[in-house]
Design a protein around this ligand. Structure first.
Ligand code: ARG
Length: 297
């Protein structure tokens, strides 16, 4: 097997204004607030761990009016085009509560040298949340339903010139694909089929040669699919023994970093980090004009 080509350069948001202010997923309860100081330490441990593994982590400041902005994965989908140009398709959040995040993230990415585009904005046009999208196999696998809309897949495919495989998310607790899917190397990925409808679960399992199938309980109670991979190291918020045994048998090293305070907002390590080094022509093939493949209805 070959290591993932991407996952060595991330963007993250330092949690200066993290709180649970509204409810847009089943984990959030404004009566259960994160401990500020602990969240701060957990986030810095996570970033330190990624840097120790050799990854680059760029930090963008959190807006004071955007408590969920710490979940940087949802700011946008970054790629390196074949020309070498860095590009970010900005998210167009489903919920108005998060839409102001783009107003800071877009100029920040532009300042860092990326071009940017959007599939919709300010509530008009298709919703896209980047936590739904992964480079995998011969294209981008994109979850749609709770957050990202089907129409966004078409925009993504044509904008980036890639193949997009849609999978329909039906589980209210796994509202982003990154809560149920985690690429590990070129053949292996953690997959929680119960996040998806039957046809989509089948379609996803069909393109993962060696899946590590997670139960609904494993995915929901430990957030273990919401992990990031740097080379052969899997940085995870928790790792059930069964999952660890399989990962180690495959030659991965597991590093657990506690980010429990961020689970109160409904996200974990992958949600807190956004890889911007997915490269078209290396990690996903260029397809002229783009292409969208959907599971049977
Ligand atoms: N409270 C955030 C929301 O509901 C959590 C985002 C989790 N991020 C992720 N990539 N799954 O939008």
């Amino acid at each position: 097997m070959t290591e993932l080509g991407w996952g060595r350069h991330y963007v993250a948001v330092e949690p200066t204004h993290f709180r649970v202010e509204y409810v847009i997923n089943p984990f959030m309860d404004p009566a259960v607030q994160p401990d500020r100081a602990l969240a701060w330490r957990q986030w810095h441990d996570m970033v330190g761990t990624l840097r120790d593994l050799g990854a680059t982590v760029d930090v963008l400041p959190q807006r004071s009016d955007a408590p969920d902005m710490v979940y940087a994965m949802n700011l946008g989908l970054g790629v390196v085009r074949e020309s070498g140009e860095r590009h970010v398709v900005m998210s167009h959040m489903r919920y108005a509560e998060r839409r102001m995040e783009t107003r800071s993230a877009q100029p920040w990415f532009a300042e860092q040298g990326s071009t940017t585009s959007t599939v919709g904005r300010d509530g008009v046009g298709a919703h896209l949340e980047a936590g739904d999208a992964f480079a995998w196999g011969d294209g981008l696998v994109v979850g749609y339903g709770p957050r990202t809309e089907e129409l966004a897949l078409k925009h993504l495919a044509t904008d980036l010139g890639v193949r997009v495989r849609g999978v329909r998310i039906t589980h209210p607790g796994m509202y982003h694909l990154d809560l149920a899917f985690c690429p590990l190397d070129d053949r292996r990925a953690m997959v929680c089929p119960s996040a998806l409808d039957d046809a989509s679960a089948e379609a996803l399992l069909a393109i993962v040669p060696e899946p590590l199938v997670l139960t609904e309980e494993e995915a929901l109670t430990t957030f273990c699919a919401n992990s990031v991979v740097v080379g052969r190291t899997v940085v995870m918020p928790a790792c059930p023994d069964r999952v660890r045994a399989q990962l180690e048998e495959w030659g991965f090293e597991v590093v657990v970093v506690d980010v429990s305070e961020f689970h109160k907002g409904g996200g974990s390590i992958r949600c807190l980090t956004n890889p911007v080094d997915v490269t078209i022509g290396r990690d996903l093939p260029a397809v002229a004009g783009g292409e969208v493949l959907l599971p049977p209805a």
